[in-house]
Every structure is written in C-alpha cells, then in structure tokens.
Design a protein around this ligand. Structure first.
Ligand code: ATP
Length: 237
C-alpha cells in the first residue's frame, strides 16, 4: 500500500484555480519535494493534504484511506503533520509551551516526554532556549521550533512548507541535516515545499515542479539537478 496517493487534485479559491489536476504518490520513508516559483500552488497542495482548504475535485488517500472532507485534527491522528510557511508560533508563549501545542492530540505523558526528548536531541538549540519566549528567537531558531511542534504530534508524514525561507545559510544547513536525519534514522516520510530548489532536489528522492498549479516536471531529485530545463528554470544556471 502506498503511503500517500494524490489523484487529479484540484483546489480553487473562488474562481482562481490554485492547484489543477495534480497527481503524485509516495512510498513509506520517502522524501518528496515540491518546487516552483511564488504562487505555483505548493502551499495550497500541502493545505489540501492537511484538510485546511477544501478540495474541489480529485482524491487523497493516506495509507489507503480516502480522507475527502476529513478534518485536519483527524488527519493529525492518522499521523500527518504540517509545519506551515511563516511558522505561526505564539510569540508570547515559551518555546516549550509552543512545542506542547503540537502534542495536543497525544494522550500519553510518556509519549509527550519521549517526543520532547527527540526534538531536543534533533535541535539542541531549541533545548537551550526552551524557557524563552518564542518571539525572542532568531528566524532560524523559530523555524526549528515550528518543525519541533509538528514532530510533537508524532507524525510519520511530516510536511514542511518553506523551512529555509529567510534563514541564514548556516542554519539552513542545520535544518537540512535534521530533515535527512528524520528520514534516515527515524524512517519518517517527508514532503518538502521549497523555493530553494537546489536544497530540495538534493534532499528529495523524488521531486515535482509546479507551475500555475500544474506539475510540469517530475523525476528523481538528483536527476532533476542535472536536467537542463530544471537548471535553467529553477536553479538559475
Ligand atoms: P508561495 O511560495 O508564494 O506560498 P505557492 O507555490 O505556495 O507560493 P500558493 O500559496 O499555493 O502558492 O498559491 C497558489 C495561488 O493561489 C496563488 O495565485 C495565490 O495568490 C492563490 N491563493 C493562495 N491562498 C489564497 C487564498 N487564501 N485566497 C485566495 N487566493 C489564494
């Protein structure tokens, strides 16, 4: 059984078609990347997978179960979590309290403690800053907290929307390493949405480029890095 199957997904905002007939699938333990310029429909695709925007047509199956019209909280219970673009932390709450928000559906205290330890192990800087107000952290640290909050739901499908946006290169490298570790050490499946196509293609097993809501190119991450069209359109080479 495929972990995720998306078939002919179309999402509209009023008359605007933001995602048109998008079809892709992923296996357990894969990293896939969605790349493309501003407004290509990448975030909308993630929101539709999370149930945050209604689908106009098409199907989404998570581990074989069709999730049409299912609420986001139920998809969280299925093991799907999103770290949204812009992070959306509660700036006047501590880092720890922000992390605990992500664990709202986890009942067992020992599971919550185990998740916290895993987040702290992955991002030692988040551990150092755990008692600080989230709003006082640097952009890169806030991004780590946002990813950590998604991990607190104990997902097996983690969706990351623009984790490198506006972050210093050194911190981007730390976050990239964390993404690789989540995949290789914990077997987590990851959908990475990135405008930083080079980073995304380097990390992803499979990648899809979106333009005006449609998939225009797809292939293995490392193969697309060498693809002349991709190099010209997305890597500026
Ligand atoms: P970005 O990196 O800028 O977020 P994106 O590829 O993620 O780009 P989306 O955010 O999915 O693109 O946007 C796809 C299209 O849908 C764009 O034309 C955008 O203006 C439009 N759109 C996004 N959200 C809404 C909304 N809530 N209401 C109306 N239109 C929207």
């Amino acid at each position: 059984m495929r972990m995720l199957e998306v078939e002919s997904l179309t999402v509209k905002y009023g008359a605007l078609v933001a995602v048109r007939n998008v079809t892709f699938s992923m296996e357990e333990g894969e990293i896939i990347a969605l790349i493309g310029s501003n407004g290509a429909g990448k975030s909308t695709t993630l929101k539709a997978l999370m149930g945050l925007v209604p689908t106009h047509s098409g199907t989404i199956r998570i581990r074989g179960a069709e999730v049409h019209d299912e609420l986001p909280e139920n998809r969280v219970l299925r093991g799907v979590a999103l770290s949204p673009e812009g992070r959306y932390l509660f700036g006047r709450m501590t880092v720890l309290d922000n992390l605990l928000v992500g664990a709202y559906a986890v009942k067992s205290r020992s599971d919550i403690k185990a998740s916290l330890d895993e987040v702290y192990e992955l991002f030692p800087r988040v551990h150092e800053r755990r008692s600080q107000l989230a709003g006082s952290l640097s952009g890169g640290e806030q991004q780590m907290v946002a990813i950590g909050r998604a991990l607190m739901a104990r997902p097996w499908l983690l969706m990351l929307d623009e984790p490198s946006l506006g972050i210093a290169p050194k911190v981007v490298a730390e976050i990239a390493l964390a993404i690789e570790r989540l995949n290789t050490e914990r077997g987590m499946s990851i959908i990475l949405v990135e405008q930083n196509a080079r980073l995304a293609l380097r990390l992803a097993h499979h990648a899809y480029a979106l333009e005006h809501g449609e998939i225009v190119v797809s292939g293995k991450g490392n193969e697309l890095l060498d693809d002349p069209f991709v190099r010209k359109a997305y890597l500026g080479i």
